[in-house]
Design a protein around this ligand. Structure first.
Ligand SMILES: Cc1cc2nc3c(=O)[nH]c(=O)nc-3n(C[C@H](O)[C@H](O)[C@H](O)COP(=O)(O)O)c2cc1C
Length: 335
């Protein structure tokens, strides 16, 4: 079977398939990354980590940069507005196993932008450049950067920042094609991703609103990007990633699993989170995941409501098992 796209190369690291799991704070912890990676991600990225917090090395922060030592290659994402603090943080995450250090110039959340971090850096492109230079100088591994189009629609700085990245020695750029002020409104504008690919020589990773396999491949082809990054589309539906990998590897797309199989995997996800984080932390975190696995399933709203009120893993898993029995029974009747 011949591949339909080329591997992604970031520095000396060859990545197959060129499919990247988007960093998602509060979602893509090491447990979730380890569970989702085998579906077909060639590269996973940690949740963003504050460079200031790393200076204190709290247990929770160190947990955020851990990858079980198994996830290869893995990129660790950092945010902050001070070049020297970012450089020091990059050294720490490299020592802790990061194969790639990624710089966040994309987060629009006020708790980050109020201290000039994330997408707020795009308001000061000289600062962006200073941060990128400092991080590249600090580590012996590839440095990448993820950004939005700019702070506002009137100030689209992505080509300028990407050119500065290239000059600074950054080895790949991810573009989420929305402005910071858009948050998640409207749709990602892939025209800008095409423009960025034409403007720089280093690899470009396109990101935004890819939630079906055919569209993802079409976007990749049309924009000419070196890789695509998937976030929300894969949540509760990692089979999307397998389908994209099928297309990248020249195979027919595997059918999506039944609702019962999907919920069966949801239980595996639940139990793994409880094993690794403990019940007290896993139960609230799993509520949003369960809701996503339930998407499109008959009676999902009622099940979601019950899950939101439950405080123990055993009760939640019992509700999911009950739902599996119901949907499997309904499928038999329909057949
Ligand atoms: C809950 C959530 C948390 C996110 N956290 C991060 C983050 O830590 N770092 C980052 O660069 N982007 C973060 N993002 C943005 C995603 O990486 C991605 O750029 C965005 O969701 C668009 O891609 P999608 O349409 O495939 O979801 C987050 C998005 C979501 C929904």
């Amino acid at each position: 079977m011949s591949h339909t796209v080329a591997p992604l190369k970031i520095g000396d690291i060859q990545i197959w398939p060129p499919l990247v799991l988007a960093p998602m704070s509060g979602v893509t912890n090491r447990t979730m990354r380890a569970l989702y990676r085998p579906f077909g991600f060639g590269l996973t990225v940690t949740e963003f980590v504050s460079s200031n917090a790393l200076a204190y090395g709290s247990r929770r922060t160190m947990e955020m940069i851990d990858q079980h030592g198994l996830e290869k290659p893995v990129s660790t994402q950092l945010w902050g507005d001070d070049p020297q603090t970012m450089a020091a943080a990059a050294k720490v995450v490299r020592e802790c196993g990061a194969d790639i250090v990624d710089i966040n110039f994309g987060c629009p959340a006020p708790k980050v932008t109020k201290t000039n971090g994330g997408s707020a850096c795009l308001r000061d492109v000289d600062r962006c450049e200073a941060i990128m230079k400092a991080v590249v100088d600090a580590v012996d591994c590839p440095v990448t950067m993820k950004m939005r189009l700019g702070w506002t629609q009137d100030d689209l700085v992505y080509v300028d920042v990407a050119k500065r990245a290239q000059r600074a020695g950054v080895q790949a750029v991810t573009l989420h094609a929305r402005t910071a002020k858009q948050f998640y409104k409207g749709s990602a504008d892939w025209e800008h991703i095409t423009r960025l690919k034409q403007a720089i020589e280093i690899p470009v990773i396109g990101n935004g609103d890819l939630d079906d396999a055919q569209t993802a491949m079409a976007r990749m082809r049309e924009s000419g990007v070196d890789a695509i990054m998937i976030g929300r589309g894969a949540l509760g539906n990692p089979w999307l990633v397998s389908q994209i990998r099928d297309l990248m590897e020249g195979r027919a797309v595997a059918p999506v699993p039944s609702a019962a199989e999907r919920l069966g995997f949801c239980i595996v996800h639940y139990r793994t989170m409880v094993d690794e984080l403990g019940e007290q932390r896993a139960v609230p975190q799993m509520r949003k995941h369960v809701a996503l696995y339930l998407k499109g399933i008959a009676g999902a709203a009622h099940v979601r409501e019950r899950i939101m009120r439950i405080d123990t893993a055993a009760q939640a898993i019992a509700v999911i098992e009950e739902t599996i029995e119901r949907v499997a029974g309904a499928a038999q009747v329909a057949a």
